[in-house]
Design a protein around this ligand. Structure first.
Ligand SMILES: Cc1cc2nc3c(=O)[nH]c(=O)nc-3n(C[C@H](O)[C@H](O)[C@H](O)COP(=O)(O)O)c2cc1C
Length: 442
């Protein structure tokens, strides 16, 4: 029996690239642009409040969890300070057919911290762990919560599993073999990722009544990952250790402390220590480095120098939805072109700087810069999509930080930018840009 659950994380090329979650930036409209012009290996939604998602305001928040097939694999990010809310919201994320759930344990936003979520949880590790476990429960993982003289106590969540039709709760025999071959420990996820249905898992539920779960295939392999920082006020490798002990499928580390916000260069030099810890505690956990990665090329160089399985890019993508285009040109592209990477079980072969530089055609492909015309065309397409998706839902001003990013770097950009800052809808943006292009052509 395979002890390692399979999920999309184990199918990614090495190293791989992910889009950072950025509130009010990487929304459905911008991600659609990115999916079209240069999809990363993994997409992330903006963060969403787990408390909000299970409240009366759910409908409004579900808009932030809108995604399309073209974005897959895509991970939804949630934050909260409340395990119960996380458990329920995690089940919703799974139902929405995301490829995974990510928990935000690093956001320095005061409003988020005040609710006990984000970076505040770095200071409350016990609660952070409870929240991660609650998320796992919410998506239907079976977790080992105790061991008692060789008898494994398994905490299962029959309700969430049964609701999806993969479980029945009749009594059954304890499967000794299942436990002993797994050498399960506290925090482990039960081996329900094999190809065969695993019947007869003994469940000593929290209420004391044993029950049998009939689980099939990979249904319960829904991965729960974490994104965090290297500490609160200072580097805290014990925090990273505590997270690794949970054997997460993936851990994204923004290489700054909470206190540093984004005001200092990211500490990529810490990465070798993190990798060493990972290798000794949880070799299967993928480590994603984050902070100041400007491009795919830059990421490949940083990963080669400092280590890490993947790189996450945030601000580098502002105004450049084609940033990850290089990945399409790499020799791994054919396997990614159908919009889904989740079907192959084999990890793809490795990527190198030289390989990505050469591209499939042998031509250099690190061409992130585009002509002003191309940038303006992308801006128009993005704005139209934003308006179509969010009219009367989101403030049009959300687009303005994109305007700044698209319209920069050439003579005359500033004047156009000023005009665009005064617009309120797509029609006005289009007029400004058409007028600008007409004058430019004269
Ligand atoms: C506008 C903005 C919004 C962000 N929102 C989120 C968020 O919703 N969730 C999260 O985990 N991090 C968020 N971050 C942090 C980024 O994901 C990333 O960790 C950070 O920007 C460092 O990466 P970079 O140097 O590549 O930008 C946000 C950052 C920015 C600039």
């Amino acid at each position: 029996m395979k002890s390692k659950p399979q999920n999309f994380w184990s199918t990614l090329p090495k190293p791989f690239f992910t889009l950072a979650p950025m509130a009010n930036v990487t929304d459905y409209a911008f991600r659609s642009m990115i999916a079209k012009y240069g999809r990363p290996d993994v997409m992330w939604t903006e963060f969403v409040s787990a408390d909000g998602l299970i409240s009366a305001g759910q409908k409004k928040l579900l808009i932030d969890l809108k995604f399309s097939k073209n974005e897959k694999p895509i991970v939804a990010q949630l934050f909260t300070g409340h395990p119960e809310a996380m458990k329920k919201a995690a089940a919703i994320v799974k139902k929405l057919k995301f490829d995974g759930l990510d928990i935000n344990l690093g956001c320095p936003d005061r409003a988020v911290e005040k609710q006990g979520g984000g970076a505040a949880l770095i200071k409350n590790q016990k609660l952070a762990i409870e929240i991660i476990q609650a998320a796992r429960e919410g998506v239907g993982h079976i977790q080992i919560i105790d061991r008692n003289e060789g008898v494994c106590m398994i905490k299962a969540h029959r309700k969430s599993v049964a609701e999806e039709g993969h479980a029945s709760s009749r009594f059954s025999r304890y499967d000794q073999n299942l436990v002993t071959t797994r050498k399960m420990q506290k925090g482990d996820v039960a081996p329900i990722g094999g190809k065969k249905p695993l019947n007869g898992i003994f469940v000593n539920s929290t209420k004391g009544a044993p029950a049998s779960l009939h689980l099939t295939g990979n249904e319960n392999n829904f991965p729960v990952s974490v994104k965090t920082r290297i500490g609160y006020n200072k580097l805290d490798l014990e925090w990273i250790r505590a997270l690794l002990e949970l054997r997460l499928p993936a851990l994204t580390v923004h290489l700054r402390t909470r206190k540093e916000m984004s005001d200092v260069p990211a500490h990529w030099e810490i990465m070798p220590e993190i990798i060493k810890l990972r290798d000794s505690i949880s070799p299967e956990t993928l480590i994603i480095g984050n902070g100041d990665v400007e491009s795919v090329e830059d990421g490949l160089i940083k990963l080669k120098k400092y280590g890490g399985d993947g790189a996450m890019i945030g601000r580098g993508i502002f105004g450049k939805p084609w940033l990850f285009e290089t990945l399409r040109h790499s020799p791994n592209h054919s396997s990614r072109s159908n919009g889904s990477m989740c079907h192959s079980r084999k990890p793809r072969r490795s990527r190198s700087v030289a390989e990505a530089k050469a591209g499939a055609s042998g031509n250099p492909v690190f061409k992130e810069d585009r002509s002003p015309e191309d940038r303006l065309k992308a801006l128009l397409e993005h704005t139209k999509l934003f308006e179509k998706t969010y009219k009367n839902i989101k403030n049009f001003d959300v687009m303005k930080k994109h305007f700044k990013a698209y319209v920069s770097g050439w003579d005359g950009a500033k004047e156009l930018r000023v005009k665009l800052m005064g617009t309120h809808q797509f029609k006005e943006v289009k007029k400004e840009i058409m007028d600008y292009l007409k004058v430019e052509k004269k």
